[in-house]
Ligand binder design. Structure first.
Ligand code: TXA
Ligand code: MG
Length: 321
């Protein structure tokens, strides 16, 4: 199967309507989409990504208003979050109704839903009479794609079409909020800052378990990972020759290490800019002939928390997954 990259919503629409997969741009990362109401189409997502069937997918809706068509009810916290942050990098996990096939939610009675903040994708969603089920468009466990070339590099010949919507403006996946014991709880750190969420619904728990709990593999210890060994937080280069070291830093450059092996995410100290570039930095360094990639620990505020979460998991050894 030849993979085409283009900006044609008509082609994407026609493929999705006939049960095929299309890679879609969003403001967070590129997704690998199928008609959420077509269980056979959704099954192809798991095959192409090599993703375990127990890992639930996120539903992409065309508007905040459309969310109520797919859930039993919208609790107060979810209504507030949807008003404040949607469209945007925010996923809410709610009790699903019978419209949503089990394969989308891996048999869970809840579904994660978001309204993407991306004009081309919203235009496509408005032309479809079904929502899109879509995980990030990378092979399971690898770094998420933030431009169409990233998707092409890994899924060429596996899907018919990549809808090219440019470079993702947020660059890191959506923040996921669900409910536990009747209270909201943050399940994944992402593109909406925790502090902003707390300002809207009050302080709530963050439950990012680094276990291999198969209920929520987005929390798996080893995930979002490049192929190279990645060392997170300690910038101690002893034992390595400078030419075999790659560096991901926030603001500064490290003397003695080749410039071209160093990616400084935001010299001005902007965590949003750093988040936007973190995954492509991992990919760029992963393509180089290095022994190891060192990544700094970022400030634990705003999107810095999500960056640290991804780096921590990229650094975890594979056997823990
Ligand atoms: O920004 C994003 O959220 C991107 C773009 C493409 O929308 N999507 C994304 O999907 O990151 P994915 O499949 O890579 O991550 C989805 C994660 C799952 O691994 C799981 O942790 C969580 O979302 N999830 C989905 N449905 C859930 C549910 N019903 N309960 C708990 N967690 C759920
Ligand atoms: Mg993913």
């Amino acid at each position: 199967m030849q993979t085409t990259v283009g900006k044609d919503i008509g082609i994407a629409k026609q493929l999705l309507e006939s049960g095929e997969l299309v890679a879609i741009p969003t403001e967070t990362v590129y997704g690998l989409a199928a008609n959420a109401f077509d269980a056979r189409a959704v099954a192809k997502i798991f095959e192409v990504k090599n993703r375990p069937r127990f890992d639930p997918l996120i539903l992409h809706a065309k508007s905040v208003d459309a969310i109520k068509e797919y859930v039993i009810e919208i609790p107060e916290w979810a209504r507030k979050l949807s008003e404040a942050f949607m469209p945007g990098p925010m996923t809410i996990v709610l009790a699903k109704n019978e419209m949503i096939p089990d394969i989308v939610t891996s048999g869970l009675d809840t579904v994660g839903i978001r309204v993407p903040h991306h004009q081309l994708l919203l235009e496509l969603l408005r032309q479809l009479d079904f929502p899109l089920a879509a995980p990030s468009a990378n092979p399971f466990g690898y770094v998420s794609p933030t431009n169409s070339q990233h998707v092409y590099d890994q899924l060429n010949q596996k899907i018919p079409y990549i809808l090219d919507g440019g470079v993702c403006s947020i660059g890191i996946e959506s923040t996921i909020v669900g409910e536990s014991d009747g209270k909201p709880v943050i399940l994944r750190l992402g593109g909406t800052a925790v502090e902003d969420i707390w300002r809207v619904i009050g302080e709530c728990d963050i439950e990012i378990h680094s276990t291999s709990n198969p209920i929520n593999p987005g929390k798996l210890e080893h995930h979002y990972a490049p192929n190279h060994r990645l060392i997170f937080g300690t910038m101690d280069f002893e034992g390595y020759s400078p030419s075999e070291i790659g560096i991901i830093s926030f603001q500064k450059e490290y003397p003695g290490i080749p410039r071209e092996h160093q990616i400084t995410l935001s010299p001005t100290g902007d965590l949003k800019e750093a988040a936007q570039k973190i995954f492509s930095a991992m990919r760029i360094l992963d393509a180089m002939n290095l022994a190891v990639i060192f990544a700094e620990h970022f400030p634990d505020i705003g999107l810095g928390r999500a960056i640290n979460d991804r780096l921590k998991r990229a650094a975890a050894v594979k056997s823990e997954a």
